[in-house]
Structures are given as structure tokens and as C-alpha cells.
Design a protein around this ligand. Sequence first.
Ligand SMILES: *Cc1c(COP(=O)(O)O)cnc(C)c1O
Length: 394
Amino acid sequence: MTTAALDQAFVLSSYGRNSTSFVEGKGAKLYDEKGKEYIDFASGIGVSSVGHGNPILTEAICTQAKALIHTSNLQVIAPQAELAERIVTLSGYDMRCFFGNSGAEANEAAIKIVRKYGETHFEKKRYKVITLEHSFHGRTITTVKATGQDSFHSPNFSPYPDGFSYVDQIDAVYDKIDDETVAVMIELVQGEGGVQPFDKSEIQQLAKTLKARGILLIVDEVQTGVYRTGAFLASQLYGITPDVITLAKGLAGGVPIGVAMTSLKDIFEPGDHGSTFGGNFLSTRAGLAVLEVLEKEEESGALQERIVLFDKHLKSLKERYPAYFDTQVGLGLMLGLRASSSEIQQKVLTAAFEAGVIVLKAGRNTVRFLPPLTITEEEINEGFKRFEKAMAAL
Ligand SMILES: *Cc1c(COP(=O)(O)O)cnc(C)c1O
């Protein structure tokens, strides 16, 4: 049986998949079963932050795997403690971390943190969380309810938990707050929703107002975090101090991990929350290796050079194909071109894949770029050469 046939027979059809199967990767290059080469402008979905086959990451994983992969969270785990220290230090915030295995789990932890705060800090319980339309916070029953997109709230999976409501823009948050509101949860750049960054002054105003009114701010940095926008956290670029921040996608370069970090350092007591796999030796060792690589890329200015080069290519594409692309959106290496329709979006994606460059969908009509943060100049230029070829063939 071919891989595609096995997949069809034995894996549930929850994804709209094409039948390509990759077998190997090096840097920002991927190779499929037939040996065809692709430039990876997607990193999975913003996960392979240090590219494929990165020697520092793979060496760290292999060495750790030989020593110890897993113990329970009932003992202290050295790389977990070290990774928590690195994350908190790089953030500059006074926080502590909880480790899970995915973005949704990180957000579940964040929601439990604010709910416990709402239960224990007020005479009348506060539990409601306000989120934004076009947001994306995960696929568990609770985080999908936190996701402000009706298309995700299929009655097939109802009933959903109470306590979530949505607003269509930041300044509509203020009217939505009532005496049961405990937190507001936002992405600073909406990823799945269309690579849409919020305005810095609007976010600073929000953070200030929430603080004054005693409402917590959760920033979902599952996609924006770990240098994706150019800084370690997008929250740092926006100049705000959230109460809870979540991380996942790029943090361990492809090994499953999720983090909820909070300045409510004593919110949990033993038994309040947990995870069997969360923060084990393998994933946190991988996280340490990824941070070791990316910290240097940022400090040396190499990351910034890639951001500038990527931006230049996207500007030029937008100028040369005005019938296809309306606007350029995004921040750092989290970028998008708004296509003039969802049909154009789909055509561009298919043609690019055919031409050997992988890009992603976001929202209704955005072509999204999430390259490895270590992508080389040669790989960027080659990827755009192939993208041009795809555009010319449309
Ligand atoms: C991907 C994503 C999630 C969900 O992460 P999973 O690891 O798929 O659970 C949550 N929030 C944001 C902003 C994301 O981009």
C-alpha cells in the first residue's frame, strides 16, 4: 500500500490533505517520496523554527534520548527547570511557567489560571473571558469556544462551555466587560485569522485600561512567540506586560510543547493542574537547543536581515501582481499577502506547491509565509524565484 492509501484507510479524515509525503529535510528544504525538492516557507505551521535537521537541535535530542526521555512530573526535571528560567529571563517578565504539549493545552492552562484568580480574588465569582473575532486559540472544546470564529462552533460538538464572548475590534472590549469578566485574551498578530497585527497604541491602551479595571490580559503567543515577530515575544515589541502568556509552536522546533507563563506566580497549588507528558526531558531539552540557536540569530542581526529580505520580496510581488494581491500584512517572519479572493488564494497555493515552494492559507484570502527563522538568503531567493514562476503560470 502507498502511504496515501494507508492514510486513507486508517487515519480519520480531519484534515484536507494532499497526497504528498515528505521524507527528509535540510534547513528550509524538504524532499518528497519522489525526490522533488521544496523550499519550506511554512515550517509545518510555524513550528520548525530552526529548520529541518538543525545539527544543534538534533544533537541535543539524540543525546537526551540516550540519557533519559521521560519521568513523571512528580520529580524535578532539570531541562524543564532550565527552560523555564531561559523563557522567563528572555521575556524580562517576572513570571513562572507551566508546561503542556500544545498550544491548545497552553491556552487551557491560561484559562484555568484566570478562572482560579476570578474565583479566589473577588466576592462575586468572575469567570468570563472576552476574545476577538477572527482569533484562533485551539481545537479542544474550551479553546475552540474561545476562538472567535463562528465556523469553528459546529453544533456537532455542542454543548460548549459557558463564559466566552467575542468582540469585533479592540475598543469594543470596554463595553463588553461586566462584573463577571475576569480576562481578555488576544493574539497580537492574528495568525490563523489572516496574519493581522493589531495597532500598538490600541494594544497599549487596552493593557492600561484592563490593569486599571482589575481585568487580566492573556496574550496568546502560540504563533507570535519565540522570535517569530523578530523579538522573543511580540508582547515585548508592543511594550506591554500581560498577566498570562502562552507559547507553543516554534518553541521546541517540532517536538510537542506548550507553555503558559504568568505573573500570578502562586496561582496553582499541587493538584490544581497537570500533564503526563508536559515538560518532559525530551521536549524541554529541545526547547533549550532552539533558544540557544535563536538567541544568537537575533543578537547577531541575522534574523533582522532575513526579515528585511523577506519584506522586500513580498513588496515586489505585491507591486508586480496588483490584480492578485491587495495588501501585505504581518510582522517579522509572520507575513501574508491578501489575495483578491479566496479562489486566487487557493490557486496561488496550489501553483506554488507545484513549483516547489510551500506556503500556507490564513483567513479567507491570505497567503501566509512562516519560514524557518534560520532560513538562508539563498533559500529565500530560491523560494521567491519559484513563487514567481508559479505566479507567471497563473
Ligand atoms: C496554532 C495555534 C493554537 C493551537 O495550537 P495547537 O498546538 O494546535 O493546539 C493556539 N493559538 C494560536 C494563536 C495558534 O496559532
